[in-house]
Design a protein around this ligand. Structure first.
Ligand code: FAD
Ligand code: UQ1
Length: 410
């Protein structure tokens, strides 16, 4: 029988960051992490891998190397969570009991909800930056582009990193310009959303970018089928049920539908939609006070990103410290999230905002402008901040720096 004071489910961004922090509070011997994967991926760099600006191998490190030393790693999948008996059942047949539970299981990709996928990825000219298996196919499709439509989709579900479906489009545009093929290309962004970006300040800038680059944006278009043998993508018009449109493509980038982790969805921890039902300010579960959540698996009504996980990790650290001392949580998460909108091989619009969609910018400059400095931050600084800061429980988001940098500015 295995019993731990602190059980962490998932060894992705949130799970590793929190296990490092929990080790600091209670000692490594009291912490266990359940994670089936041998490799831990820094997913944000896949945007640049899909565009040939970074290699896939730079995105992964062994899970063993990111696990805080002394913390127990159970290399298996969680099968069932029973919060009424503080028990988790694992795929290898064992059961683990806990005093406190942190759920960091991420979300699930649903390529299979698009007719013709995932089998369609066996054909060329189609890729997706959203999975390790398909991200290099994006780069192949881009390199093989000769002439025709380059089509980019955005699904009709919540997704992680809401900007990523269009970042690869701007990079593709830049690549085709660099290689002299842009004149033979129609670049088409078909999004399920009624807007180009959820926050108006950045949406205004992005509309300028698409206008300047001659990119076609079609709102409320949802990818429902891929016919890879004919290089056709079928979209439904979400405002006119039953109306579909077929786009021939020379290149297709798919952002798959996403949804809650099935293990959470099938447990008493889920809200109606299947997300982990946590308090939006202190990240404690709404019905089970010894359960906490972080990241993409949660019901937190903000855009799902690693930057959000960073800010959440600082708040959750504080919440759990207080709960362990039988005190009330006091630190509040404001919904901070960030999306470095890569608009070319050397420019980024750095979107940062809170629950209310109000910009919450770290630097005292207008971040809605395309900037080289912010590209450098995304491509070269962020990976270090991730591996050596966030994963070691040392980076709780940029809030202190924002406050410092804005001192005397207002
Ligand atoms: P994850 O890091 O996905 O971890 C979930 C973990 O749970 C995984 O390790 C998985 O193996 C494990 N797991 C799943 N099911 C089980 C189970 N049954 N049992 C045990 N373990 C399980 N964020 C940014 O901040 N900036 C960006 O620029 C950015 N760009 C992105 C671009 C792309 C293409 C993608 C895909 C993501 C991007 N993100 C970005 C988002 C960011 O990577 C995620 O929001 C972040 O990793 C979420 O962390 P998490 O811990 O919630 O989930
Ligand atoms: C961030 O904190 C973070 O986590 C390490 C990211 O994930 C990769 C980000 O993309 C961003 C933009 C931030 C925010 C950090 C700063 C310095 C603005």
């Amino acid at each position: 029988k295995q019993h731990y004071k602190m059980l962490v489910l998932g060894g992705g961004t949130g799970g590793i960051a929190m296990s490092a922090r929990m080790k600091r509070i209670m000692g490594a011997e009291n912490v266990v992490v359940v994670e089936p994967s041998d490799t831990h991926y820094y997913q944000p760099i896949w945007t640049l891998v899909g565009a040939g600006a970074k290699s896939l191998s730079t995105s992964g490190r062994s899970t063993a190397s990111v696990m805080p030393s002394g913390v127990k790693w159970v290399k298996s999948k969680v099968r069932e969570i029973n919060p009424d008996s503080n028990t988790v059942y694992v795929d290898d047949g064992s059961k683990i009991t806990y005093d406190y539970l942190i759920v960091a299981l991420g979300l699930q990709l649903h390529f299979e909800k698009i007719k013709g996928l995932p089998e369609g990825f066996e054909y060329p000219r189609i890729g997706s930056n959203y999975s390790v298996q398909t991200v290099e196919k994006t780069w192949k499709a881009l390199q093989n582009f000769k002439e025709g439509n380059a089509v980019f989709s955005y699904p009709n579900t919540p997704i992680k990193c809401g900007g990523a479906p269009q970042k690869i489009m701007y990079l593709s545009d830049a690549y085709l310009r660099k290689t002299g093929k842009r004149e033979k290309a129609n670049i088409i962004y078909n999004t399920s959303l009624p807007v180009i970006f959820a926050v108006k300040k950045y949406a205004d800038s992005l509309w300028e970018v698409v206008k300047k680059r001659d990119i076609q944006v079609n709102l409320r278009q949802n990818l429902i089928e891929v016919r890879p043998d004919k290089q056709e993508a079928v979209f439904e018009n979400l405002d006119k049920p039953g109306e579909t449109k077929v786009f021939e493509y020379e290149m297709l980038h798919v952002t798959p539908p996403m949804g809650p982790n099935a293990v959470i969805k099938g447990s008493p921890l889920a809200d109606e939609a299947g997300w982990l039902d946590v308090d939006k300010e202190n990240l404690q579960h709404k019905r089970y006070p010894n359960v906490f959540g972080i990241g993409d698996c949660t019901s937190l009504p903000t855009s799902k990103t690693g930057a959000a996980v960073a800010a959440q990790s600082g708040v959750l650290h504080r919440t759990i410290s207080r709960v362990l001392k039988k005190q009330k949580p006091d630190k509040k998460y404001d919904g901070y999230t960030s999306c470095p909108l890569v608009t070319s091989y050397n420019t980024v619009i750095l979107a940062e905002f809170d629950y209310d969609g109000n910009p919450l910018e770290t630097f005292p400059i207008n971040q809605a402008k395309e900037r080289r400095s912010m590209y450098h931050m995304k491509a070269d600084v962020m990976p270090h901040l991730y591996w050596h800061g966030l994963l070691r429980g040392l980076w709780g988001g940029p809030e202190p720096y924002r406050k410092l940098l804005h001192l005397g500015m207002k």
